[in-house]
Each structure stands twice: as structure tokens, then as C-alpha cells.
Design a protein around this ligand. Structure first.
Ligand code: BG6
Length: 495
């Protein structure tokens, strides 16, 4: 692939995301050679930084998340490419200053006018920035112009539409890269390969052989420093509307006719559109929400959510479990169990495919009483460690007719840490080379909100009623198992 040169314009350049994810990822791309000598950055935020202070900020960020990585010639040539503009984003007079900085940096490094505008800021700024970028002429460079948007993409379907309309006033859909960083995770990208490149799995991937799909994305952390955002969003908007539904789509989609970005996204959107949408009164049958109380996570006593955010009557959910159904031929009747939450027993993201159980012939012939025959399970572990496992039944060595389920490790990635920037490395690279496959297209966002909206409405109307409290460090509320059992097998234990 030809990697073009590029200027990144980061709005929210001194924010948490930029610090924790973007700079470490950019440095890796620099160091590995992919963007070496081909990029420069103009950072924008309200902080009264100059270029030097900004470079120091970037240096610290990289060092914190990639200890000992930043040294030598690569480090200094990297940092020299960072420039800062202290400005209140979205104001027309400030945009003129931005234009001047962009021109200066592009000229200094003889860049070809390819620009990536990265909006790592609160969503209320998206529309005004898009607007002022357009009127300022900054989108009329010689090269490409792309915009990268962090979530939340809207608050519900209506606000998402408004936001999208505002963006489309400045950018073409094909230039809008809506980040879902789960789509940058190696094992999530592996789902399609596993399914479509392996005869062992492809023919089994449907309701005839699969009894249930289980998707877990749990965390041990609390809400950290994003209290205001999280209190308004809750787990449903924060994790389910995007990451969880994207994983559902990857597992459920039909094989694309070609392995091309739009063909793949066409199939994903079809999967999302086939989700059965629950009417508000049905929500309690399929969805459970919870909130953590104080408890102990990873050996440390932690306060409850309400104490943490200082709102004793908050009804924001920090946990959601749901049973989803896709109303199409492939998945008719197969429950997709999903769960996500904060302050749970483990950080874990995985996808478990539970195959149907075989008739108990072996057991019947042997005449041995005992456990039920365990179904085969395929486990895709996304994090913290990566791996693919398959469980199957073998004869126990001592007792000839006793079967034991065994786990076979099909492949294992090297252990990766929590919140590593690897996903961002892949995604930033994709933006530069213009590959939108692992970004969310507008119609996917729309389909996801259609499913989420009535549930969010129900939550808002129910207030504290139906909110299941769970101690921090636990497996989440017991009610989740109740809805799981009603529709299928219980959730797999996290510990
Ligand atoms: C983000 C959510 O999108 O994903 C956070 O806003 C969450 O609340 C994070 O902690 C989890 O990401 P990861 O990569 O650590 O699983």
C-alpha cells in the first residue's frame, strides 16, 4: 500500500484520549516506519501552550504509555513535527489562525495537502467545527480531507441524524471516519477471517448448529474522570450502542460478495437492521440494567457509583445485559446474549459460540449417569489476552465411558495490556490510507440507534425501578442470569 503524507489536525489535542491513545499510536506508526517522515500534527485546544510545551506534553504521553520507547533520533524527529494552536474551537476568527498554522506546517515539510481532522472533543463542537472548516476554505486543499469522529455519535436517533446532517454539510460520507476502537482490535478483525476462511466453521455458522452466541465486555474500572459524560450516557450508550452491536454485526453478518469496505459494511448493516426491536413494555423481558454499589475490585475497596459521582439518587446504569434476536434466516431463534459493565470481577472481552448439544447416544450406550454432555464451544478472546479456543469432549483416561470436556487452544496472541493503543494504531493507519472498512458507516449508526432508542426511553421512564444493584467486584446483578435462562443458557462465569 502506498502511504500518502498527511497532516493531522487534532481538536482536543491536550485531552485524555489524545494523551492515552493517539500520541502513543502515532509514535508507534512513526517508529515502525509506516508514517515516518510522512506526517505532521497541528494540535488545537484551549490550553495556553506553545509548540515547546505541546511537544513536552506529547513526549510525556508517549513515555507514559510506551515506556522507554521514545529515544534517539526517531524521537526528536517525531516531536519536531508537532505544532500547537491555542484556540477556542469553532470560532470563525480562530479558524483563520488555524489556516495560517496549517499552511505554515504544510509548507515546512512539503506536504501534499492531505488533511485528517480529528475531533477528539465533546460532540456539541462537531457541528460548529465542521461548519467553520467549510467556510474557512480549509477543506479545499490539493489533497484529501477526512474527518475522524469519536463517539458518542448522537444521543439517540434524532440527535445522531442532526449531527450527521451537519457533518454532511462539510464532508462527504466517504470522508467521515466514525471511530469504534473495538473494530481496531486484532481479535475483532479476526472474526470474519475465522468465519469465512475456515471450512471447519463456515458451514456451522447458523441456527442449525449454533444454539447461542454470548458476547461479554466487562471492566474492573469505574467511571474515572469522565463523570459528567458517563452519568448522562450510561452503559447502554457508552458500550452497547457501538462496541457490542458492532461485535454482534461481525458475528452475524452474511459473507460479503467481495472483501471490499462497502461490501462488508453493507452486510453489517443488514445484520443490524434485522435486530428485533423491543417495544418499551417488552424491555424488562430482554434487558437488565444494573449499577454498582461499593465493594472490592482486584483487592481494593472502592466506593459505589453514586458516591463516586456524587449523586445519591443517580439511576444511570453501569451494567447492561440483554438478549438480542436477529430476525433473519441464518439466526432465527438463536439468542445473542450480551453483557457489559464497570466494576465487575474481571476485565474481559470475549465472544463465545455455543454449539448445539448432540443427542446423548454415547452416554445412553454407556449407561453411565453423570453430567450432561457439554456442547462444543468456540471462544474468541479479544482481551486482555488474545486467543481462540475450542472446547470438545474426549474420553476420560481412567474411566472408559466417561466424557470430559477439554479446551483446545487454537491460537493465542501474545499477551496485550489493557487499553493499549494498538487498536488506534491500526485505525489511524487506515484513515491515512483511506480504508474505511473498520469504521462505522452512517447507516450502521442509524440501525444501532433504532434498537437502542426504545430501551433508553424505557430506562429513563423507569427511574430506579428495575435498576439492579450489584457490589463492585462481583459478576453483576443476578437478574442477568434470570433473563439469560429464560431465553437460553446462563452467562458464563467471569472468574
Ligand atoms: C470506551 C468507553 O469506548 O471503551 C469506556 O467509553 C470504556 O467507558 C472503554 O472503558 C473500554 O475500552 P477497552 O478498549 O479498554 O475495552
Amino acid at each position: 500500500v502506498d502511504v500518502p503524507d498527511v497532516l493531522f489536525i487534532f481538536f482536543g489535542a491536550t485531552g485524555d484520549l489524545a494523551r492515552r491513545k493517539l500520541y502513543p499510536a502515532l509514535y508507534e506508526l512513526w517508529r515502525s516506519g509506516e508514517l515516518r517522515g510522512r506526517m505532521a500534527v497541528v494540535g488545537v485546544s484551549r490550553r495556553p501552550f506553545d509548540d515547546e510545551a505541546y511537544r513536552e506534553f506529547v513526549r510525556k504521553a508517549v513515555n507514559e504509555y510506551r515506556p522507554f520507547a521514545l529515544y534517539g533520533e526517531a524521537a526528536s524527529s517525531f516531536l519536531e513535527r508537532f505544532f500547537f494552536l491555542s484556540a477556542d474551537v469553532g470560532k470563525p476568527e480562530e479558524t483563520a489562525k488555524l489556516a495560517a498554522r496549517i499552511a505554515e506546517v504544510e509548507e515546512r515539510f512539503s506536504l501534499s495537502g492531505n488533511r485528517v481532522f480529528y475531533l477528539s472533543i465533546a460532540p456539541q463542537h462537531f457541528a460548529p467545527i465542521a461548519q467553520s472548516l467549510r467556510t474557512s476554505g480549509l477543506l479545499e486543499s490539493r489533497g484529501f480531507r477526512r474527518v475522524v469522529i469519536e463517539k458518542p455519535f448522537g444521543w439517540d436517533l434524532r440527535s445522531a441524524r442532526e449531527l450527521n446532517a451537519a457533518l454532511l454539510g462539510a464532508f462527504d460520507e466517504r470522508d467521515i471516519y466514525r471511530i469504534d476502537h473495538y473494530l481496531g482490535k486484532a481479535m475483532v478483525q479476526n472474526i470474519a477471517v475465522l468465519r469465512f476462511a475456515n471450512l471447519l466453521f463456515e458451514p456451522l455458522w447458523n441456527r442449525h448448529y449454533i444454539a447461542q452466541v454470548e458476547i461479554t465486555a466487562t471492566e474492573t474500572v469505574g467511571v474515572g474522570d469522565r463523570k459528567g459524560y458517563y452519568e448522562a450516557a450510561g452503559a447502554l450508550r457508552d458500550m452497547v450502542q457501538n462496541h457490542i452491536l458492532q461485535m454482534v454485526a461481525m458475528v452475524a453478518m452474511e459473507p460479503p460478495g467481495r472483501f471490499e469496505p462497502e461490501a462488508i459494511r453493507d452486510e453489517k448493516v443488514k445484520a443490524l437492521r434485522s435486530l428485533r426491536i423491543y417495544r418499551p413494555e417488552e424491555v424488562p423481558l430482554f434487558v437488565v440494567r444494573g449499577q454498582y454499589r461499593s465493594g472490592v475490585t482486584l483487592g481494593e475497596a472502592v466506593p459505589g457509583y453514586r458516591e463516586e459521582i456524587g449523586n445519591p439518587s443517580s439511576t444511570t446504569e453501569t451494567y447492561v445485559a440483554a438478549v438480542l434476536f436477529l430476525e433473519n434466516f441464518r439466526w432465527w431463534g438463536v439468542p445473542f446474549l450480551v453483557r457489559t459493565g464497570k466494576r465487575l470481577a474481571r476485565k474481559r472481552t470475549d465472544i463465545v459460540i455455543h454449539f448445539h448439544t448432540l443427542p446423548l447416544t454415547v452416554k445412553a450406550l454407556s449407561g453411565i449417569e453423570g453430567e450432561e454432555l457439554a456442547p462444543n464451544r468456540l471462544i474468541l478472546r479479544v482481551q486482555p489476552d488474545e486467543g481462540i479456543f475450542l472446547t470438545f469432549n474426549v474420553r476420560a483416561s481412567r474411566s472408559p465411558f466417561q466424557l470430559v470436556p477439554t479446551a483446545m487452544e487454537l491460537s493465542r496472541g501474545e499477551a496485550i495490556g489493557f487499553n493499549t493503543p494498538e487498536a488506534y494504531e491500526r485505525l489511524l493507519y487506515d484513515v491515512v490510507v483511506g480504508d474505511p472498512t473498520n469504521f462505522t458507516r452512517w447507516d450502521e449508526v442509524e440501525a444501532a440507534w433504532r434498537w437502542v432508542d426504545p430501551i433508553a426511553e424505557f430506562f429513563a421512564a423507569a427511574g430506579e425501578e428495575g435498576l439492579a444493584f450489584y457490589p463492585a467486584g462481583s459478576e453483576g446483578p443476578e437478574e442477568a442470569q434470570r433473563i439469560a435462562r429464560r431465553h437460553g443458557l446462563p452467562f458464563t462465569s467471569l472468574v
